[in-house]
Every structure is written in structure tokens, then in C-alpha cells.
Design a protein around this ligand. Structure first.
Ligand code: FMN
Length: 195
């Protein structure tokens, strides 16, 4: 077991929860990755669902699914960057999550949401909480949201135009996530999780 206080593996941001042409996901996920990269207590691995459009048949032997398995299994925590589509998450992201099971098990999950409306992705995040509960995951209470996402760009197209609030929210969420990541890693090393 790595020594206490060692960087935890992850969070792999299930980064682009959108696979849409012209998506804004790279901006949101890119910003979050930059914030996370500044910390010395985690190692970031980024997974873009658009690079891994997994089969809707949930074929466990699909090569793309199999290739992702060790990456997801090796992470101590996850952060999902998710846009809100019709008050929920995107289809590709749901297929991605459903394509794995034990890999997610008993780990903490943080959320970064965004959308065109005032909810800022919060309704998609609440659905993600329910989905990840099925894997015995712990969802972080504090979240990062970008309501009215297009208003977070400055005149030059930089995102986010005023990053202070979002950075502070990301710090709170990541502090919680890393506490849980260490606690659960140590607990699972001492005693296998009883699922
Ligand atoms: C099919 C669809 C449904 C959407 N539904 C919502 C919604 O329920 N709430 C909201 O705030 N924004 C909604 N939006 C706006 C998206 O959240 C917004 O366009 C966001 O940029 C999408 O992420 P993406 O650009 O990474 O694909 C919807 C967009 C699409 C394409």
C-alpha cells in the first residue's frame, strides 16, 4: 500500500461527458484538468467519452471497453465532467458508465456540471449520484457548476472569464474527494470491501 499521504491515483475526469460535434466539453474539462494539475496530492488521468464511444450492446469483450478496464480500476477516485441534456446526462456517458461495474466499486466521485440553463448541470449531477450509488460509490456533497455556460466566456472566447468562484468550488470538492480516496484505499487494503 502506498504510504499515507501519497498522491492518490486519479481522478480520471470522465472528462468529456459529451460527444456532440461543437461541444463545449473540452473547455470545461480543460479548465478543470488545469486546476487539478496544480495539486501535488493527485495524479490525473483523463478519459474522454468521445474517444471511447463504447457499444450500446455493452459487449464486455469489446476491445475499447477492455482497454479502459485497467485504467478505471486503477483509479482511487473519479471526477465526472457532465453537461445537462434534457435534465439528465448524455447517452454516451450513460453507456460508458454502464460498460463497467467492479472498476467503479466503493470509490469517491466528484462532479463538475454545466448547461445552458440555470441549473448548471445540477440535475444531471443528481442523476449521476443515483447511478453511482449502484456501484457503492460515495458522491461528493459539494459540486462545481456552470449555469448559463455561454456567459462564462469572455470576449476572446476564454473560459471561464472569471475563474475565482469555480476554482474555490473545485478546491472544496477535490479536498473532499481526496479525503475519501485515501480513507477508502486504506480501508480496502486492510479489509476487502463487503459488497
Ligand atoms: C439534447 C440537448 C438537451 C439539452 N438539455 C438541457 C437541459 O435540460 N438543461 C440545460 O441547462 N441545458 C441543456 N442543454 C444545453 C447543453 O447543456 C449545452 O449546450 C452544453 O454546452 C452541452 O454540452 P456540450 O457542449 O459539451 O455538448 C441541452 C443540449 C442538448 C444538445
Amino acid at each position: 500500500m502506498p504510504p499515507a499521504g501519497a498522491p492518490v491515483a486519479g481522478p480520471p475526469a470522465g472528462r468529456l461527458g459529451s460527444a456532440r460535434l461543437g461541444r463545449l466539453a473540452p473547455d470545461v474539462a480543460g479548465w478543470f484538468a488545469g486546476v487539478a494539475a496544480h495539486r501535488d496530492d493527485l495524479v490525473l488521468d483523463i478519459v474522454d467519452v468521445a474517444d471511447h464511444l463504447l457499444p450500446a450492446s455493452l459487449d464486455a469483450h469489446d476491445p475499447a471497453t477492455a482497454a479502459l478496464r485497467p485504467r478505471l480500476a486503477g483509479a482511487d477516485a473519479y471526477v465526472v465532467v457532465v453537461p445537462e441534456y434534457n435534465r439528465s446526462i448524455t447517452g454516451p456517458l450513460k453507456t460508458f458508465i454502464d460498460s463497467f461495474q467492479s472498476e467503479w466499486q466503493a470509490k469517491p466521485v466528484g462532479f463538475v456540471g454545466y448547461g445552458l440553463g440555470t441549473a448548471g448541470g445540477a440535475r444531471a449531477i443528481e442523476h449521476l449520484r443515483q447511478i453511482f450509488a449502484e456501484f457503492h460509490c460515495v458522491g461528493m456533497k459539494d459540486i462545481v457548476t456552470f449555469p448559463r455556460i455561454t456567459e462564462h466566456y469572455d470576449a476572446r472566447g476564454r473560459f471561464p472569464a472569471e475563474p475565482e468562484d469555480a476554482q474555490a468550488a473545485a478546491k472544496v470538492m477535490l479536498d473532499q474527494l481526496l479525503w475519501w480516496a485515501r480513507a477508502l484505499r486504506e480501508a480496502k487494503a486492510a479489509r476487502p470491501y463487503a459488497s
